[in-house]
Design a protein. Structure first.
Length: 324
């Protein structure tokens, strides 16, 4: 019986069915739902109605390649009253259709949320859209959040996202990706203001590749992170941001008393050995057991890397990458 198979096996079957261009039958899907699990893959067309009709029984739902203007699919997600875990990859988000998402986020059972937004092309979201998202993402029961909005010029309005964060009082895991989003110091500082209020956070991942965040913005983020009393895992990617005044602004990371695992990515055009060696203070974090540093693309010498390793010898597992 399909209903007796483990979930990972059912995932493999679902992938095979999708890749073989076969249709997901209502019978097969129902067996998945009896395990309270369903995965809808990257359909070349919209999910068929018999699939959508079964969403009401789902507790865990993963949707990929969904068009925001597909009202039928979004309405089916709204009807999933048992839903506690939702992952959605949404295309063509704009001021006109972001309101369609409001009913999905009225689900008070939802504890784990993953959202990946894609604009039609590189573009700008207005404050109207971000204000509305601030209203619909009022989910104090959330335990984990993954939010991705890359190649969308969110800029200084990221501070509004920081305001949203203050209401997620149960959040333990947050994964934010705003790469190539025209973010400068004001946006980073606004996000930091929200981040420092999340005292329940244990795992933090921030991806800000290709923005314009400078010393003050990075320093604010580091200070906010350092103030999280339960933080154990940190992944922070700041590659291709203009840290012209060096890395001393990251010193606060060495004060995180509970940090056990950290990954740090840094790259700038005018780096030097001193710029890298200043990072040794991160090793002062008392509980730090594993540290990965990615310096690819920086003009630093092998001698500087050797000195940095020596200064971080107290870290049990240390990885420093500085060559392509």
């Amino acid at each position: 019986m399909l209903s007796e198979l483990p979930v990972d096996v059912l995932e493999l079957i679902a992938d095979f069915v999708r890749d073989s261009h076969l249709s997901l039958t209502c019978s097969y899907l129902w067996h998945c739902l009896r395990l309270r699990f369903v995965r809808v893959g990257k359909f070349r067309v919209n999910p068929p109605q018999d699939v959508l009709d079964q969403f009401a029984e789902c507790a865990t739902l993963q949707l990929e390649n969904i068009q925001v203007h597909n009202h039928t699919a979004l309405q089916s997600v709204c009807n999933a009253n048992r839903l506690h875990t939702l992952s959605m990859e949404l295309f063509y988000i704009s001021d006109d259709n972001v309101a369609d998402l409001v009913h999905i986020f009225n689900n008070k059972r939802l504890q784990h949320l993953g959202l990946c937004f894609h604009a039609p092309s590189v573009g700008t979201l207005s404050s109207k859209t971000l204000t509305y998202m601030q209203e619909v993402l009022h989910l104090p029961q959330l335990q984990s959040l993954s939010f991705s909005m890359n190649f969308v010029e969110i800029g200084d309005q990221l501070g509004m996202f920081g305001s949203m964060m203050r209401q997620w009082t149960s959040l333990e895991t947050i994964n934010l990706s705003f790469s190539w989003a025209a973010i400068a110091n004001p946006g980073a500082i606004g996000l930091a203001e929200g981040l420092k209020e999340l005292h329940t956070l244990k795992h933090v991942s921030l991806d800000f590749v290709g923005n314009e965040i400078q010393t003050d913005g990075v320093g604010s983020l580091a200070n906010a992170i350092a103030g999280l009393p339960r933080l154990s895992t940190l992944n922070c990617n700041l590659r291709l941001n203009p840290l012209r005044q060096g890395t001393s602004c990251l010193g606060a990371l060495g004060e995180v008393k509970t940090l056990e695992t950290a990954t740090l990515g840094l790259q700038r055009t005018q780096s030097n050995d001193r710029w890298v060696l200043n990072l040794a203070h991160i090793g002062a974090a008392k509980q730090l057991r594993s540290l990965t540093m990615d310096f690819r693309g920086n003009a630093i010498t092998d001698a500087a890397v050797v000195r940095l390793r020596k200064n971080l010898k107290a870290v049990e597992t240390l990885s420093i990458v500085h060559e392509w």
